[in-house]
Design a protein around this ligand. Sequence first.
Ligand code: PEP
Ligand code: MN
Length: 341
Amino acid sequence: MIIVLKPNATDEDIQKIVDKLKEFNYGAHISRGETRTVIGAIGEKIMEEKILIMEQIEVLPFVEKVIPILTPYKLTLRELKSEGTKVYINDIEIGGNTVVIMAGPCAVEGKEQLRETAKFVKEKGAKILRGGVFKPRTSPYSFQGLGIDGLKILYEVKEEFQIPVITEIVDPRDLEKALDYIDIVQIGARNMQNFTLLKEVGKIRKPVLLKRGLSATLEEFLFAAEYILLGGNSEVILCERGIRTFSDFSRNTLDLAIVPTLKEKTHLPVFVDPSHGTGSYKLVPSMSKAAVACGADGLIVEVHPNPEKALSDGPQSLNFPAFENLMKDLINISKAIGKNI
Ligand code: PEP
Ligand code: MN
């Protein structure tokens, strides 16, 4: 790390830093400039210690700032696995040359609704069925999901149509039970920094789709993934789902620039959710195509047999014809960038 001192720092202050660094077995390289002194801390430490030292130095009144040389996260770093992580669900490879589409209703509303959707989206090329059963709704008066009964429906439909399923878990107490029914655990945007939940999914041996928090920075997003990897679960898929900005024409602002950024900085597969990312079925097809074109490994899209009657997120759900058209376009776009679908 590099420690930049304030212009009025005295020799005594410099000595205090050198002593502090010595306390942690760090060497110091002092560089006196015309107006400021900069100290390079020399030594190797584990991450927890580095953060502690930085914090203890940063609070000193004569310190302007402390700059870490290496990024504070490590398990997500691209350098660790330059070929990229591939996540497997049976024979479906995520993070490879195939764009994987997850599709289905925002919420499981009943068996027929899910059967109908599963049959259709699978026929049109979706590889994974989505369906929420524990719904994190903004209003407590909105439909909260079918809970355990919904899990059972997911499982029955998954078996009938031979399609893996993904659902969001919001409460760590539901996690173990849910694992008997589902193939991928979704961590929702509102829970991206629910560290208890992250630690719990770090212990499981099933893939996790981690959504970016509503106002999460890139670093916060990566730290959240780091929690899961640190727990021993390396099957993490990152998912951009739109963030809160001043822009007011859409539900969220889909930050597609994070896709190539994440691909460059991390080895994890990156997905995009154009449904929550925009909040409007009209914007979903174009943003889906843009997401694939900019390098997303897959999409998670809301599809409903009858969006106008949906119990949740109808306005952003594609109906069947719209999903069919989108899949046709996605096939062409994937081909154009040397991928398949
Ligand atoms: C969802 O996928 O249904 C959902 C609630 O997503 P998010 O956490 O991104 O809002
Ligand atoms: Mn939804």
